[in-house]
Design a binder for this molecule. Structure first.
Ligand SMILES: NC(=O)c1ccc[n+]([C@@H]2O[C@H](COP(=O)([O-])OP(=O)(O)OC[C@H]3O[C@@H](n4cnc5c(N)ncnc54)[C@H](OP(=O)(O)O)[C@@H]3O)[C@@H](O)[C@H]2O)c1
Length: 230
């Protein structure tokens, strides 16, 4: 039986790169997108790899998103659930200018929605599997790198905080619980100046994630598997 992964936020950028990386490694992939755009790269991939790629359409911010995903997964058991979807928030990144609704959307998309969904889907993940979240080194309070993007950094710090709280609520970790930093990557969010291609980051993240199978640890790791301070 092929290993199975759920990848949330797979329409473009890193999420799409991760779909390719796991398909190339012969995994069965369940890719979640807000909408499957006609003639998109994911649509083409689905035609080529119909047996190995299921596309699920769902807005991950919805409170009932887990019902859509659970129905699509049926009784399949996941070796990994990867919560990659994220947004940057207002381009000015200034708390004084930000509208309440924008702040709410940012913290919902980057912190609350992924953790909530993971908690609701936890029973689908096998013992010894991996539950991973796309965080950022901007989340690290100790590194304090987020001066140029304080709202985005705070939303990823909130994600890491919720992840650690969840870890503390679990008497024992049935799977690895990971906050991941993908490096600075050339995507719509990362921009053209970023040093890493999507393929480089996704292939390295694939190694980090598969290396965590069976380990049952909670960690904040970069794309090369190096620990980052919380
Ligand atoms: N690029 C970097 O250098 C970098 C560095 C550190 C961390 N990260 C993190 O890595 C992750 C991926 O980043 P990226 O650079 O690939 O970003 P991106 O190019 O902007 O792509 C973001 C992805 O998230 C999806 N998404 C957002 N909100 C969603 C929702 N409510 N429901 C479903 N899908 C949703 C988008 O779908 P749509 O196409 O529907 O909008 C898109 O597929 C993010 O969490 C980001 O914060 C990126």
């Amino acid at each position: 039986m092929k290993r199975q992964i759920l990848i949330c936020g797979a329409s473009r950028g890193l999420g799409l790169g991760l779909v390719r990386a796991f398909l190339d490694a012969d995994w069965q992939v369940h890719a979640v997108v807000r909408e499957l755009r006609p003639a998109s790269p994911l649509e083409a991939l689905r035609s080529q790899r119909a047996n190995d790629l299921q596309v699920i359409t769902c807005d991950l911010n919805r409170r009932d998103a887990w019902c859509t995903l659970a129905a699509a997964l049926q009784d399949r058991r996941l070796d990994c659930a990867l919560f990659n979807a994220g947004v940057y928030g207002p381009s000015h990144q200034d708390p004084r200018q930000a509208e309440s609704e924008d702040i709410g959307q940012l913290f919902l998309a980057n912190a609350v929605a992924p953790i909530r969904l993971a908690q609701q889907l936890a029973e689908h993940v096998v013992d010894g599997g991996v539950m991973a979240f796309m965080s950022s080194q901007m989340a690290s309070l100790q590194l304090a790198l987020a001066a140029d993007m304080p709202l985005y950094g705070a939303s990823k710090a909130a994600l890491n905080s919720l992840l650690r709280s969840w870890q503390m609520q679990l008497p024992q970790l049935p799977w690895s619980l990971l906050a991941l930093h993908p490096g600075w990557v050339r995507t719509d969010m990362g921009g053209d100046a970023a040093p890493l291609s999507v393929e480089q980051s996704a292939s390295a993240l694939h190694q980090v994630i598969t290396g965590q199978l069976g380990r049952r640890e909670c960690a904040f790791l970069d794309y090369q598997g190096q620990p980052l301070p919380w």
